[in-house]
Design a protein around this ligand. Structure first.
Ligand code: SF4
Length: 397
């Protein structure tokens, strides 16, 4: 069987970095203070990168830093100094898009991965990047199974592929909709997600009344159904999208893919796809998903042409802060309303998911209460099994 692929998760901040690693990621990627996309994310300071790398390396996990904007001449001067700082932080690799960065990264001793922003889809391009010293190529999200297997046959290099998260309506790194309509540069971290906006439809300069607004928003990507095929292709790293996502999202998506990859490797012959995992993933993102370009059947069902109603998801009920073995109470920080009688799941870094009905809740004064409805309220919930800190409580799925 092929080597187990790396499970690579996004880390929007230190808390999410730790959650991703505790829930089973083999590596995380993050944005530093300079030259990364996601200008609106709370990017890491150099001090935080150092702390995150220490945490990850103690657990034998890796940290990659995005340095993947399209660069202008004036930015080149500050580049070497910044990369030296990343080297001092002992990051495991940087993810670049602009070839100008490669030689400077090598000069300071950093390993270089090529970002999906380069939209790489063929083996000649991969050979070129390899000859320039890139050790891993993050494939374009538009890559099909055939594209990936062809590249694997022709070039000996690590390939990283997206397995879950949002898609762009355009090739990554090629979209300028945001620049034109909002003067925010998507290739320098400012995307205002124009493809998700609603547009009125016009014919002969007249607004078409009665027509639903048009959007060219794609559905999300989920490779759960084809994960065994992806493993057998020999893909080296499975990447989850979403540095702006919540700790609940990260914990849920990482733990599901961790379980699926591990169970495939434990017993390939008897591995079975589980609908329940698909349900958990769909509920968490609150959007539909498809395998997009992977199986070559990309079509209208991969798009939301007429917009979609954004329903807020209130599955995430709380984070476990502590557990008292003597009393069987878990201390829970509330994230969404719950009450006595609710059927809930707890899943965590160290325990199998289990389901129970809430029979007892105590407030901070140890008085019994029936409902928890204050944001971040700290309560005690009687649980039937020992739970670990940072486990998550959600509505039963
Ligand atoms: S506007 Fe949409 S397609 Fe363009 S970069 Fe942003 S998310 Fe991607």
């Amino acid at each position: 069987m092929k080597n187990k692929p790396e499970l690579l998760a996004p880390a929007g901040d230190l808390e999410r970095l730790k959650i991703a690693i505790l829930y089973g990621a083999d590596a995380v990627y993050l944005g530093g203070p300079m030259f990364g996309l996601r200008a609106n994310a709370n990017n890491f300071s150099l001090e935080e990168i150092k702390e995150g790398v220490l945490f990850a390396h103690e657990k034998k996990k890796k940290v990659y830093v995005t340095v993947n904007i399209v660069m202008h001449n004036k930015e080149l001067e500050a580049l070497e100094e910044y990369l030296k700082h990343l080297k001092e932080c002992q990051v495991d690799a940087i993810i670049i898009s602009d070839p100008a960065i490669i030689s400077v990264a090598h000069k300071v001793g950093l390993e270089v991965h090529l970002s999906t922003q380069q939209s790489t889809l063929n083996y000649e391009a991969v050979k070129l990047w390899k000859s320039l010293g890139v050790t891993r190529v993050v494939m374009a999200r538009e890559a099909s199974e055939h594209d990936i297997s062809d590249i694997k046959k022709h070039v000996d290099i690590e390939l990283e592929c997206f397995i879950h998260g949002a898609m762009c309506a355009s090739y990554s790194g090629r979209c300028v909709l945001s620049n034109f309509l909002t003067a925010r540069d998507s290739n320098r971290g400012g995307c205002s997600q124009i493809c998700r906006w609603d547009f009125d439809l016009y014919g002969n300069n007249e607004k078409l009344e009665g027509e639903k607004p048009f959007t060219f928003c794609t559905k999300d990507l989920s490779m759960l159904k084809v994960l065994p095929k992806m493993i057998e292709l020999g893909i080296d790293s499975f990447k989850i999208e979403g540095r702006m996502r919540s700790i609940y999202y990260i914990a849920t998506i990482v733990s599901v893919y961790r379980k699926v990859i591990d169970s495939y490797y434990e017993d390939k012959e008897h591995y079975q796809y589980q609908e329940r995992y698909e349900r958990i993933l769909t509920n968490c993102a609150n959007r539909e998903s498809t395998v997009q370009f992977f199986d070559g059947s990309y079509g209208v069902e991969a798009q939301y042409y007429n917009g979609r109603i954004e329903l807020s998801n209130q599955d995430f009920l709380g984070v476990i802060q502590d557990y008292d073995k003597k009393t069987g109470y878990a201390t829970v920080e509330e994230r969404n309303y719950f009450k006595l009688g609710d059927k809930v799941d707890i899943f965590g870094p160290e325990e199998e998911t289990f389901t129970f009905e809430i029979t007892e809740i105590l407030n901070e004064e140890n008085n019994k209460i029936e409902v928890v409805n204050h944001p971040l309220q700290i309560v005690k919930v009687k649980v039937p099994k020992e739970v670990t800190k940072l486990s998550m409580m959600r509505k039963n799925i």
